[in-house]
Design a protein around this ligand. Structure first.
Ligand code: EPS
Length: 412
């Protein structure tokens, strides 16, 4: 097997359990010279902790990243960047999560074992597949707490993308079936506006309705899902490729989004709606627009494609919609089977959130940042940020030169 292409790619992995000592991220393949401070990461971690409908756990945690390697004097060094985020709740779980075996069986089973598996969570399938007796062995890793480590990796990628003129934002488009009206004009700084809302919506009326709905659903011991929209601006035309299935950028973004805990659907641009319209009502007409270098010197009056054609960025804003199912831990639990006895039971009801849709938007931004940083490095890669900037500038100059050449021929 040829490992070289994979080794040259930007990649990251996370480790850690929800109530273990800490979460860890290792991001490898970022060039040297990317400006990076711990506060860049902490800002994103704090955004992920916001949102009406979160449970008490978020009051315990104040996520902060400790940079363990790969950064010196505020800049990346080109080596693996490792980040540590401590779980403050760990101190309440040291015995339950202790990696060492219990000294004697006389101490009885560990506390907080879960055998009444929750429908919709990884509990049942995980216990059977990994041959465990306690679903805690599964749920600690399946927990969306892991997304903290993803957001940390994404924050580093975001720093890299920002130096190249790319901005990523998101907002909640729908929560618990309540749809937010789209603003007539997108705010210049999408996140500044979305983050000011308790549910990250751009529609104050819908926000109030959602908050009331969350309160009602919480009283009923139930949970809610919803849809977030990620918007990325400043991408140059030409990221991703049409030539092979695994290089198409829409496919890669889809995989990244569907890997987020509780995410069940992804749409790009019009998404499913495109299938209900005629071609003339779907495809974006192309007009000449000299000077719009990153879009290949053309403009489109509409952006129904959501910034991707043929698996390649068009230079128009990338628009991804991500749908999350309601959280699987219900305070008024559904029926299940106790895997210890085989008997009918009510599912376990652990402390949890009513909804985490506002946080999911921040996580989707992080996953988009990773995939796009990877795509940028594939096209413009180098060992230093200077080299990447030079490669991008050379490509943009080439797009300009194509127009200049054409104009010269037309004038002759
Ligand atoms: C989660 C359950 C809750 C959430 C958690 C995800 O945690 P706990 O069981 O400790 O109350 O708060 O999310 C986070 C801790 C986080 O940082 O997002 C689950 O079961 O997925």
């Amino acid at each position: 097997m040829n490992l070289l292409p994979e080794l040259l790619m930007l990649r990251f992995t996370t480790a850690g359990e929800s109530h273990g000592p800490a979460l860890v991220t290792i991001l490898e393949g970022l060039p040297a010279g990317v400006p990076l401070l711990a506060e860049h990461i902490d800002t994103q971690l704090a955004r992920r902790q916001q949102g009406y409908g979160r449970g008490r756990r978020m009051q315990i945690e104040t996520d902060r990243a400790e940079i363990l390697s790969g950064v010196r004097a505020g800049e990346s060094l080109g080596g693996p960047i490792s980040l540590l985020i401590r779980n403050r709740d760990w101190q309440n779980w040291t015995e339950i999560m202790d990696p060492a075996p219990r000294e004697s069986d006389a101490d009885g089973p560990r506390k907080r074992t879960v055998t009444r598996v929750r429908p919709g969570h990884a509990d049942l399938v995980g216990v059977l597949k990994y041959d465990r007796t306690d679903a805690r062995d599964i749920l600690e890793r399946a927990s969306a707490r892991e997304t903290t480590a993803r957001v940390a990796a994404g924050a580093v990628c975001r720093q890299f993308l920002e130096t190249l003129g790319v901005r990523i934002g998101s907002h909640v488009a729908e929560l618990g079936g309540i749809v937010a009206q789209r603003p007539a004009e997108w705010p210049d700084d999408l996140n500044a506006v979305a983050d000011a809302s308790a549910v990250r919506m751009l529609d104050a009326e819908a926000e109030q309705a959602v908050i009331a709905h969350i309160d009602t659903i919480k009283r009923a011991g139930n949970t809610l899902g919803g849809i977030c929209e990620v918007v990325v601006t400043g991408l140059p035309l030409g990221l991703g490729s049409h030539v092979s299935w695994d290089r198409k950028l829409d496919g890669r973004l889809g995989q990244a989004m569907l890997s987020i805990q509780a995410v069940k659907g992804v749409e790009i641009g019009l998404g499913f709606e495109a299938s209900r319209r005629t071609g003339a009502e779907v495809h974006d007409e192309v007009l000449p627009a000299p000077g719009r270098t990153r879009a290949g010197h053309v403009a489109r009056p509409t952006n129904r494609a959501g910034g991707l054609e043929g698996g390649i960025t068009t230079g128009e804003p990338l628009v991804i919609r991500v749908a999350m199912k309601p959280i699987a831990t219900l305070m008024r639990p559904l029926a299940t089977v106790d895997v210890a006895t085989g008997a009918v039971a009510s599912a376990a009801a652990e402390r949890s959130d009513v909804t985490a849709v506002p946080a999911m938007g921040v996580i989707a931004e992080a996953m988009a940042a990773f995939v796009l940083a990877q795509a940028m490095l594939e096209k413009f890669g180098g060992d230093s940020l200077t080299e990447v900037e030079r490669n991008l500038a050379g490509y943009l100059a080439h797009l300009d030169a194509r127009v200049a050449r054409r104009e010269a021929v037309t004038e002759e």
